[in-house]
Design a protein around this ligand. Structure first.
Ligand code: HEC
Length: 477
């Protein structure tokens, strides 16, 4: 039976029981939902994805065990014990690992055990024959040893230079590609589970790369890679859709990001624990940044607002943007912070990059936009990406109007436009300064990285971040 039918049947069923006898709604008489055979793809995979795959995937094989691919999931890891014996949960080592004694289970390692229902479901799935009903389109195809093959350049949503000046991280399909910062060639391809990459951002000391993204309709994922070792050190999934906008605390210990479920979250990288969670927005949260001291988080959303939170208390503090009805025009896509001041640069659907002060120092009045310090001359279309130079003296913004793009560099202090680069062939979704402020990377829909001389807008180099096999077939779009 299809899922929807089941759901409706279930709801009608509970309603019927409720009418008959309200006290037994959740009692023993209610028919359990799962009398249909357990589906691997629908019932089991999401549980394993959320609780196990962060440590058991091609890029990170805890115990030599990969659980993202059905054959390997069944096979087991270095213990040589078969993890799943179809029809026989009692001799399946996977079941042995998740069973709870004295409130503890061997797996998931260093976390709470699975719930009784989850364990029962996995056990029943194995009892019923442990079939794999994953649709062909959802089977994992790529890993570090089998990187994606491109027939067209991938739409680029993120570019970031490392602060040591060595690398440029560019989002790809199913991977982040690290180029030498001068555009002289490829350094590494970091292939993870997420199909779509939304942002890839270096840690302050350049040793790690935080990646947000996911697989649409299936999962959101945060990945953290060790840049020198080209190794995945942390992977965690959040919800069922892609997540956005990674940012690092100044000590490189915490990564914040935004979610389509309207929440802002932050994870401690050494422990993997969630240290911040707040749902003050009412639409997708598209970008997040820390304050100078990393004691606050700032987020922007499709709901048009920029919001401020305290990290340690996880509390919402204030709307940085105006609260006057109708004052905000269109969703905000991107936020960056001045390198040494708590002043925030935003870009969004109204095409006007703006600077806000983080903390208001006067009582709020309806009608004011008190925190606004300055607005830059408007760009055509929507601004998708904004960034400061490392010295804080200039900003860069990238925009998209229909299918054309533009990059502009402005003087921070007086909002003067310094350089304008028209990109008629492609929307621009991502921009960033090199640490010495001399070069700008800009990229977007057409999948080409442009390295631009910041002083005069000359395009120094233009290249696809990946090798293209056959230009005549377009995919990944
Ligand atoms: C935080 C990382 C982490 C998480 C999360 C995790 N594992 Fe593990 N798992 C490991 C490591 C590391 C090993 C190797 C043995 C050890 O260190 O305990 C392992 C070993 C195993 C093994 C034995 C493999 C073999 O044949 O040697 C199984 C089975 C297993 N895990 C299942 C699971 C399941 C099921 C989940 C989710 C419910 C899970 N693990 C979650 C890290 C993890």
């Amino acid at each position: 039976m299809c899922y929807k039918k089941r759901l409706i049947g279930y709801l009608l069923g509970s309603l019927f029981i409720a009418i008959q006898s309200p006290t037994t709604v959740f009692g023993a008489e209610e028919k359990p939902v799962g009398q249909d055979p357990v589906s691997y793809y629908r019932d089991i995979r999401p549980v394993l994805q959320e609780n196990c795959q962060g440590c058991h995937q091609p890029a990170k094989r805890g115990g030599g065990y990969v659980m993202t691919n059905y054959d390997q999931l069944v096979q087991g890891g270095e213990s040589q014990e078969k993890a799943v014996v179809a029809g026989n949960p009692s001799i399946s080592s996977l079941v042995a690992q998740i069973l709870v004694t004295d409130g503890k289970a061997a797996m998931p390692k260093d976390a709470d055990p699975l719930t009784e229902d989850q364990i029962a479901l996995i056990t029943r799935w194995i009892e019923e024959g442990a079939d794999d009903d994953t649709p062909e389109s959802a089977k994992p195809k790529f890993d570090m040893d089998h990187p994606p093959v491109y027939h067209a350049p991938p739409v680029i949503t993120s570019v970031d230079f490392s602060s040591d000046g060595k690398y440029l991280a560019v989002s790809g399909y199913h991977e982040v590609v690290l180029h030498h910062a001068d555009g002289s060639g490829l350094y590494a391809r970091l292939v993870g589970l997420s199909e779509r990459i939304e942002s890839a951002v270096f840690s302050p000391d350049s040793s790690f790369l935080a990646v947000t993204g996911g697989s649409p309709g299936r999962m959101g994922e945060l990945q953290v890679w060790n840049v020198e070792k080209k190794e995945l050190i942390l992977a965690q999934t959040f919800g069922y859709d892609t997540i956005y906008g990674a940012c690092w605390s100044k000590d490189g210990q915490v990564v914040g990001f935004g979610c389509p479920d309207t929440t802002v979250r932050a994870i401690s990288i050494p422990t993997g624990e969630q240290v911040f969670f707040n749902g003050a927005h009412n639409n997708w949260v598209l970008d997040v940044v820390f304050s100078v001291e990393s004691d606050h988080l700032i987020s922007v959303s499709r709901d048009r607002s920029m919001k401020l939170y305290k990290l340690d208390t996880q509390r919402f503090i204030d709307n940085i943007t105006s609260i006057t009805p109708g004052a905000l025009k269109g969703g905000l896509h991107s936020v960056d912070r001045h390198p040494s001041k708590d002043e925030l640069l935003s870009g969004g659907a109204d095409g006007t990059p703006k600077i806000y002060r983080m903390i208001r120092d006067k009582a709020r009045k309806i009608g004011d936009d008190f925190n606004l310090i300055r607005a830059f001359p408007a760009m055509p279309g929507r601004v998708f990406s904004v960034a400061f130079s490392a010295d804080g003296n200039r900003i860069v913004a990238g925009s998209s109007y229909n299918t054309t793009g533009e990059v502009r560099i402005y003087n921070y202090a007086d909002a003067k436009e310094l350089v304008k680069i028209a990109v008629p062939e492609s929307s621009i979704y991502a921009v960033g300064f090199s640490p010495d402020g001399k070069t700008i990377a800009a990229a977007g829909y057409d999948g080409y990285v442009r390295l631009i001389q910041a002083a005069d807008g000359t395009v120094l180099k233009k290249f696809p971040p990946v090798e293209i096999e056959d230009q005549t077939v377009a995919t990944n779009r």
